[in-house]
Design a protein. Structure first.
Length: 686
């Protein structure tokens, strides 16, 4: 039988270097001790430390089974209460033993008490620690003592000294711009300070991670990330890609005449940026950002026409079939008129249809291929791919986006990549994770687009909301009703799509009420959406499958049920499904009776803001970069010690510093990357 993993290896702490960088998540001050009387009189939410002899220990039922322990010193008594406990704890806290306890003191039924305090059995004269006690992240079965002992042992290893040695001599920096860096302690000193902080240290800066020791670690981590990204940018410029001259623009001009609208100034600006990239000999890597309804698709269509005009194929990939189909329906009338053959490829196609599409792509007959991730599977080979357009790019892993390249003999030819996102990326996030990405922003809505009015209503107003829907539908409009779950959940007890659909059908008998959710087949979803688009369904009850890509100009009202359960960007994306025509549109956020402070704040921000970038900043603070970027899908590590909002100024500084190091001391840059990323040096290459 294989050996079971050691406790520390279960945490991923398999080397002294990993142990050194397993930094505390918080600290407890066990250097101070107060009497039980002082602890009892100073009832507060702050944890305190006291000690005493056990004078009572018994299991009681009041009303549930719990362990109640009574300790006392010379002047007072304190109750310790444990709702969950083990026999070993009863033994540790047996009558006559001496305990040192730490926790919050509150007024209980029988006087001052601590619930689930930290407990140590010791002698009355055991000295107090001389430094703050670090608390580490851990998992079940691996205690704090095990982690602390492992780190203490690891930090004594010679390999840690090697790992922590100074690579970039900050003290010798001459540029006054980086004076702050000269004042930071060494990495080794910083690591030891964070694991073993002196009791006289500025505790607040330690807790807030703004202490110079934290700043040095944050600097090191950010520098590795920026070096990796910027070096990837340099490497990308060495890759070969189709170079398109600016002489040919016939298809673009014809498409501009076909489009039923004139490009806004913002669209014209980003189109010029994209066209300029396509004329270069190395692959474009551009992110096209724009709020919901800003006209990203039209710009992407121009890029596709430009590439096809130069004899290249174009792939347009979306994360879901619904979104891919929206693009297919939008592109088909435009490009059919231009005489361009489009093919459709998704995982749900029948084998014969899939094979025909693959053959058209392989022999070049299909000049534009639209579909899902099926476009990058092994049996799909483009004859002459020049441009890949990737919508909602954060839903794809980094590796998936790299697969758009072909071979010319021994040489790899990389397609230009245009990524689109209706979820605006906050500036700090873009600067930190997209250093190898040019960014274009459509910061202007097309003329005639009216802002969506957002209202928040308690769930008890549901009958009024249904009447409001009836009034809207009677005017010939259409509406959405969005629910967060498909099936009943015992935990969340939310209204299901199925139940809501049934209720609304009964309430609005004079209208057609449809239903769509993720568990339906692609054919069924497509059929329902077509019926809704054609106006045969007036009210569509849905999960978040309609979050992106759905375009029904006649839909003017959206109700989002249990809105407190959705995130910022998700609600912003959802409400972007209305307001796509000339009529004024409304989004109603229905919420439950009991709202947390965070949920209240979230709904308030959404009610008051329609600017996607403002909402994205709030989303960043709520969810962090991992979820926002889709980086969890790629399986790559995110920044561990840097907070992008708190440390935005440091990101800007390190970005410039990384650029200087790469230019002046590439060998030091390589050493620094090896220290922090090891075999993952190019993990952000895409």
């Amino acid at each position: 039988m294989p050996e079971s993993k050691s406790p520390l290896s279960r945490l991923g702490l398999t080397s002294p270097a990993a142990l050194a960088l397993h930094l505390p998540i918080r600290y407890e001050d066990e250097t101070l001790l107060i009497s039980i009387d002082q602890a009892s009189r100073g009832l507060s939410q702050d944890a305190v430390q006291t000690q005493g002899k056990v004078i009572g220990c018994e299991v009681k039922f009041r009303p549930r089974r719990q362990l109640v322990v009574l300790i006392a010193d010379q002047d007072a008594e304190l109750t310790l209460r444990f709702l969950n406990f083990y026999p070993s704890q009863q033994k540790q806290m047996a009558v006559g033993n001496f305990l040192r306890v730490r926790g919050e003191v509150r007024q209980g039924f029988f006087g001052p008490e601590m619930v689930h305090p930290t407990v140590k059995q010791l002698l009355p004269d055991t000295p107090l620690p001389q430094q703050l006690t670090p608390i580490y992240s851990t998992i079940a079965g691996v205690g704090q003592i095990t982690v602390r002992k492992g780190i203490e042992k690891g930090l004594k290893e010679v390999s840690v000294k090697q790992f922590l040695k100074e690579i970039i001599p900050l003290s010798k920096i001459e540029n006054p711009k980086y004076t702050f860096l000269k004042e930071l302690p060494s990495l080794e000193e910083s690591i030891f300070t964070l694991h073993y902080p002196d009791p006289i240290i500025d505790k607040q800066s330690l807790i807030e991670r703004t202490h110079p020791a934290w700043r040095r670690v944050q600097f090191e981590e950010l520098l590795a990330q920026q070096l990796s990204l910027q070096r990837a940018h340099i490497e990308r410029q060495k890759r070969k890609s189709p170079q398109m001259s600016n002489q040919s623009g016939e298809l673009v001009n014809r498409l501009l005449n076909i489009l039923p609208f004139t490009l806004t100034k913002a669209q014209q600006k980003v189109w010029r940026e994209i066209a300029n990239d396509l004329e270069k000999s190395y692959p474009m890597n551009r992110l096209l950002q724009g709020d919901v309804g800003s006209g990203k698709t039209a710009v992407a269509a121009l890029a596709a026409a430009y590439a096809i005009d130069h004899g290249y194929q174009v792939a347009l990939m979306a994360p879901t079939e619904i979104l891919a189909e929206q693009h297919f329906r939008k592109f088909t009338p435009w490009f059919s008129e231009l005489g361009i053959e489009i093919c459709w490829l998704t995982g749900s196609l029948k084998a014969k249809e899939k094979r025909i599409a693959q053959e058209k792509i392989m022999n070049g007959q299909a000049q534009l291929a639209i579909g899902t991730h099926a476009l990058i599977q092994e049996n799909v080979e483009f004859k002459n791919l020049g441009l890949a357009i990737i919508d909602e790019q954060h839903r794809f892993g980094v590796r998936q986006r790299l697969q758009f390249h072909s071979q010319q003999g021994d040489e790899a030819i990389y397609a230009h990549q245009l990524m689109m996102s209706a979820t605006p990326i906050p500036r700090t996030l873009a600067m930190t994770y997209y250093a190898d990405l040019e960014i274009s922003v459509i910061d202007e809505l097309p003329p005639g687009r009216k802002p969506i009015l957002t209202k928040t209503l308690k769930d008890s107003r549901r009958p009024d909301v249904i009447q409001g829907i009836r009034a809207e539908l009677l005017q010939g409009r259409q509406a959405y009703w969005v629910c967060p779950l498909i099936e009943e959940s015992e935990v969340l007890q939310l209204q299901t799509v199925v139940d809501t659909h049934l209720v609304l059908k009964q309430e609005l008998t004079e209208f057609q009420v449809g239903m769509i959710h993720g568990k339906m087949s692609s054919e069924d979803k497509s059929a329902i959406m077509n019926e809704f688009k054609q106006g045969n369904i007036q009210l569509l009850v849905s999960t978040t499958v309609i979050e992106v890509g759905v375009d029904v100009p006649n839909a003017t009202l959206m109700v989002i049920e249990h809105a407190e359960r959705f995130g910022y960007s998700q609600i912003h994306q959802l409400r972007g499904r209305v307001g796509r025509g000339e009529a004024e549109s409304v989004c109603i956020l229905l919420y439950g009776e009991q709202l947390s402070l965070a949920a209240k704040e979230r709904l308030k921000v959404l009610r008051e803001n329609t600017d996607g970038f403002v909402i994205a900043e709030h989303d960043l603070s709520l969810r962090g970069p991992g979820e926002l970027l889709g980086a969890k899908q790629s399986g790559e590590s995110m920044l561990r010690f840097v907070d992008l909002q708190r440390d935005a100024w440091l990101v800007s500084l390190v970005k410039d510093f990384a650029h200087d190091i790469l230019n002046k001391s590439p060998q030091l840059a390589e050493l620094h990357l090896q220290r922090w990323l090891g075999s993952r040096v190019d993990y952000l290459k895409a």
